[in-house]
Every structure is written in structure tokens, then in C-alpha cells.
Design a protein around this ligand. Structure first.
Ligand SMILES: C[S@@+](CC[C@H](N)C(=O)[O-])C[C@H]1O[C@@H](n2cnc3c(N)ncnc32)[C@H](O)[C@@H]1O
Length: 209
């Protein structure tokens, strides 16, 4: 997992332009709409990177806790969101620095395929939700682009939507849906292979009691 941290430290200053080549605004809009973010909410953006989702949540009027493994990414996002209601927190590879019940919403874009233990990570994210809070994850559907493991340190080659739904339910979330965003992730390999990986949006709500 230290490799993951080193990789993202290395690309942190270039991440915004890389991200624009990989996926577009539609993912962010879909995640924001599904999370139901409102002014005054506390939102945790896990694997925040340079703050793609965090920035949009702040624009709506939320306070954002930005969690990331990479100190390079956290330095970028902290500079970018200076003066805004944004709190950076560095995570360890297998645990999230979030208190039980501290977030109205937990959101994560393109983070889960880097997580060591995705179902355990989903449980951690659900634990951080207040009763009635929502977890929204956008990530890659299953694919066969092995080169993403070596070139971009992807740990998982996407996910099966049914499995994601089971992990959400096992984490105690209700009203679970896993839908298509109509968006694709389009990275290009060092030897020129261009991928077009569909992106799902998973949503679930913590029971009120
Ligand atoms: C593909 S980037 C996505 C960044 C951002 N969410 C976006 O949409 O632009 C994945 C991010 O997850 C972070 N990350 C990877 N493993 C992590 C972990 N175990 N805990 C927290 N963050 C992690 C990386 O440092 C990186 O910033």
C-alpha cells in the first residue's frame, strides 16, 4: 500500500490534468445529486485527491472532511481550498480517520478500486454516517485492463454491481441502489491502449435508528 501512497504523491501536482483526461463533470454531478448535500451538512470525501467532489460539496454550502492516504494530494487540495470549510485528514492504508456518526454524507469517487479491503472500507464509511446519512460511491465497473494495476496502481479491476450492493447491505445500509452514471473512465496505457470503462454510482442510507 506504500506503493499507492508513493504513486499518488508522485502524480499529485499533475492529477487535475490527468483526471480531466480520465472522466468528466458528469460523474461529479451524479454523485452530488445522489448524496443530497445541503448547506450546513458535514460531508466526508474519502480518497479526496485534489478535491474534485469536495469542491462541489463546499459550493453547495457543506463543510468537508477530505480524507486521503497521500500527503501530496492533501497538500494540493489544502492549497486549492484554502479559506474554505475544508479539513484535510490523512488516512492509514486500512483505516479511515473518521469518528462514528460524524458525517451527514460520505462520498468517494474512484477511490474504492484502490482500497485494500473494499467491503471493510464500505463498513468504515457507513460507520462514519449519522443516522439517515447517505453513502455515495462512484467507481469503475469490472474490466480487463490489467495494465492499470502497474501503471496507475489500481488494486481492483473494477467491481461487480451486485457485489457492491451486497457490501452496502452488509454494512447495514438501506435503500441500496447501484446504477449507471452514463459516464466512462478513459485512461490510455503507456503503449497507447485506450480504455473506456463504465462508471457506476452506488447509494445507500444509514437507518434512522
Ligand atoms: C484515482 S484518485 C481519485 C481522486 C479524487 N477522488 C478524484 O475524483 O479526482 C484516488 C485517490 O484515493 C487515494 N487513496 C488511495 N488509497 C487510499 C486509502 N487507503 N485511504 C485514503 N485514500 C486513498 C489516493 O491517494 C488518491 O488521491
Amino acid at each position: 500500500m506504500n506503493d499507492t501512497r508513493e504513486y499518488f504523491n508522485d502524480v499529485a501536482s499533475r492529477w487535475d490534468s490527468m483526471r480531466r483526461q480520465f472522466f468528466g463533470e458528469g460523474v461529479r454531478q451524479a454523485a452530488m445529486a445522489a448524496a443530497g448535500i445541503e448547506p450546513g451538512m458535514t460531508v466526508a470525501d474519502v480518497g479526496t485527491g485534489t478535491g474534485f467532489l469536495a469542491e462541489a460539496a463546499i459550493e453547495v454550502g457543506a463543510r468537508v472532511i477530505g480524507v486521503d492516504l497521500s500527503e501530496g494530494m492533501l497538500a494540493q487540495v489544502t492549497a486549492r481550498l484554502a479559506g474554505k470549510p475544508f479539513e484535510p485528514r490523512q488516512s492509514e492504508p486500512t483505516s479511515l480517520p473518521l469518528l462514528e456518526g460524524e458525517a451527514d454524507a460520505v462520498i468517494a469517487n474512484m477511490f474504492l478500486h484502490h482500497a485494500e479491503d473494499p467491503p471493510a472500507t464500505i463498513r468504515e464509511m457507513a460507520r462514519a454516517l449519522k443516522p439517515g446519512g447517505r453513502l455515495v460511491i462512484t467507481d469503475a465497473d469490472m474490466h480487463t485492463h490489467e495494465w492499470l494495476r502497474t501503471e496507475q496502481h489500481d488494486r481492483w479491476l473494477g467491481f461487480d454491481r451486485g457485489e457492491i450492493a451486497r457490501w452496502f447491505s452488509a454494512a447495514g445500509l438501506e435503500g441500496v441502489t447501484v446504477a449507471d452514471t452514463q459516464e466512462v473512465c478513459s485512461p490510455t496505457s503507456e503503449c497507447g491502449t485506450k480504455a473506456a470503462i463504465t462508471i457506476f454510482l452506488a447509494r445507500g442510507q444509514k437507518p434512522l435508528n
